[in-house]
Ligand binder design. Structure first.
Ligand SMILES: [Zn+2]
Length: 443
C-alpha cells in the first residue's frame, strides 16, 4: 500500500518560539474580531418614543453601534454586508429589568450545576428571545457582566447589583453598620445598582408579605452611602403600600414588583421620579399548572394575594404617569416564560405602552440613552420582525409553538445571533450568523 501524499506530516524545522495569541501577553484570546458592518436597506424602523414607524430607512451598524439611519440609499460602507429587509420591521432590542440569571433555568431537584455555568444557558436563551439587555436584581456579578461584554458567553448586556441586602437577624446597630460595609464592598465590585427588600416575599416561609423591613434610618444610611459613593439607583423589593412608602420616603428610587400599589402611592412614585418594575409573569405562572402544584400552601396563598392586585397596579401606575419597566422575576425553571410578560401586559395596556416598558423606560431606569432606540450612536442592538410591535406587542412573545413567535432576527453589538423565517435566507446570502448560540430552539 502506498502512502497518501496528503497525509504526510513534516516535523517543524525552525527553533522560533511561538508567540501568544494576538502577539501580546495581555491579549484576551476569546474577544472576537470586530464584526463586518451591516447595512439594512428598506427597513421599517420602530420609533418607540414617537409611537410611529419610519419606513424605507437605511440603517448602518458599525463597530457595535448604529452609525447612520437615513432615508433612501445612504452612503456606501466599505466591506459591509448589505441586507434588503423589504419592509420588515427593525425594532430596538428588548430589556428585561428584573431577572435572576443564576436561578432562572433548571431546578435543584433536577441536579445541581455551578450557578455561573448554568447561567451561560440562561443568557443565551434570553438573547434568543430578543432580550439584548437584562438587569439582574440578585445574584449576578460584575465578572459575569464582563464575560458577556467580552462575548466569552453570548448573552444580553448585563446590569447587575451583586447580592441583595435583606433584613438580618442581628441587633439593629450592628445591622446598620454591617450593611453599609457590605454596600461599600458591593459598590467597589462595580455594582450598577443596590437592591434591598422592604417587604416580605412570596417565596419566603418566614416573612409575612405585610412585614415592613428596614427602619427609616437604616434605609437612609444605605441611600446616602450610595449617593456619596457613586450615585447609582437603590431599588427595593416591595409589595405593599407601607413597604413602598417606607422605601421611597427614605431615598429609594426603584420599586420591584409593587403589586399592592394604590393610587395615592402611584402619585408618590410619579412625583419623586421613582421607577416601577412590575413582574406579572412570576405570579401568573405560580397560579396555574404545572407550577401551582409545586408550591407549598403558604406560598399559594401569598401568591393569590399579589397576582390579581399586580394587574390592577400596573394600570394605576400607567394612569398616574409612573415610569413603568418590563420585569419577569422567573426562577426555578420558569425562564422559558420570559416573553409571555408581553402578552400579559397587552391584556391590560395598549401595545405601544408595553413596548416602552421594555425599551425607552428601561433605558431611563438604567440611565443609558444608548439602549432602547435605533439612532446614530446607540448600541447596535435590534430585532427583525414581520409585524409592527407598536400595534400588537404579542409579536414579541415566543408563544407555545416553540418557534419564537415573530422574532425573526436578533442583533447585539452589531453581531447577528439569531436568524429565522425569511430573515434566515437573507442572512445566509451574506455569509450567515456572526455567533451561533448552540441551544435548542424550543423554549
Ligand atoms: Zn426577584
Amino acid at each position: 500500500m502506498t502512502a497518501h501524499p496528503r497525509r504526510q506530516w513534516t516535523p517543524p524545522s525552525g527553533q522560533r518560539p511561538r508567540s501568544p495569541p494576538g502577539g501580546d501577553v495581555n491579549t484576551i484570546p476569546w474577544i472576537p474580531a470586530p464584526a463586518r458592518p451591516i447595512v439594512f436597506k428598506n427597513a421599517s424602523v420602530v420609533d418607540v418614543a414617537g409611537n410611529t414607524v419610519h419606513k424605507g430607512r437605511t440603517v448602518v451598524l458599525e463597530n457595535g453601534v448604529f452609525s447612520a439611519v437615513s432615508r433612501g440609499a445612504g452612503d456606501l460602507v466599505p466591506d459591509a454586508r448589505v441586507i434588503d429587509l423589504e419592509g420588515l420591521y427593525l425594532c430596538p432590542g428588548l430589556v428585561d429589568c428584573h431577572v435572576h440569571i443564576n436561578m432562572s433555568d433548571g431546578r435543584p431537584s433536577s441536579g445541581y450545576t455551578d450557578p455561573h455555568l448554568r447561567a451561560t444557558y440562561t443568557l443565551k436563551a434570553m438573547l434568543a428571545r430578543g432580550f439584548t439587555t437584562v438587569r439582574d436584581v440578585g445574584g449576578a456579578t460584575y465578572a459575569q457582566a464582563q464575560a458577556v461584554k467580552q462575548w466569552l458567553t453570548p448573552g444580553p448586556r448585563l446590569f447587575q447589583g451583586g447580592n441583595i441586602y435583606r433584613r438580618a437577624r442581628r441587633p439593629a446597630v450592628a445591622r446598620g453598620a454591617r450593611r453599609v460595609a457590605l454596600l461599600r464592598a458591593g459598590a467597589g465590585d462595580g455594582a450598577d445598582h443596590v437592591k434591598i427588600c422592604t417587604s416580605g416575599g412570596v417565596s419566603s416561609p418566614t416573612d409575612a408579605l405585610e412585614s415592613v423591613q428596614f427602619s427609616p434610618a437604616e434605609i437612609r444610611a444605605i441611600t446616602s452611602t450610595v449617593a456619596d459613593m457613586q450615585g447609582t439607583l437603590v431599588t427595593s423589593h416591595a409589595y405593599t403600600v407601607p413597604a413602598i412608602r417606607r422605601a421611597v420616603e427614605n431615598g429609594v428610587r426603584g420599586i420591584e414588583h409593587g403589586n399592592l400599589l394604590d393610587r395615592d402611592t402611584a402619585k408618590l412614585l410619579a412625583s419623586t421620579g421613582t421607577f416601577l418594575t412590575p413582574t406579572l409573569m412570576i405570579s401568573t405562572a405560580k397560579g396555574r399548572a404545572p407550577w401551582n402544584e409545586t408550591l407549598p400552601d403558604y406560598m399559594r396563598e401569598k401568591n393569590a394575594k399579589v397576582r390579581d392586585a399586580g394587574r390592577r397596579a400596573i394600570q394605576i401606575a400607567e394612569e398616574e404617569g409612573v415610569t413603568v419597566c418590563y420585569g419577569t422575576d422567573l426562577t426555578m425553571g420558569m425562564g422559558y416564560l420570559q416573553s409571555e410578560e408581553f402578552t400579559q401586559r397587552a391584556q391590560l395596556l395598549p401595545s405601544h405602552r408595553v413596548l416602552a416598558h421594555a425599551t425607552i423606560n428601561a433605558a431611563k431606569l438604567l440611565d443609558d440613552d444608548k439602549i432602547g432606540v435605533i439612532a446614530p450612536g446607540a448600541y447596535a442592538d435590534c430585532l427583525v420582525l414581520p409585524a409592527n410591535p407598536l400595534e400588537d406587542v404579542r409579536v414579541l412573545d415566543v408563544g407555545d409553538d416553540g418557534r419564537h413567535g415573530g422574532i425573526w432576527g436578533v442583533v447585539r453589538d452589531g453581531r447577528i445571533v439569531v436568524a429565522r423565517g425569511e430573515f434566515a435566507e437573507l442572512v445566509e446570502e451574506v455569509g450567515g450568523l456572526d455567533v451561533v448560540l448552540g441551544i435548542q430552539e424550543a423554549a
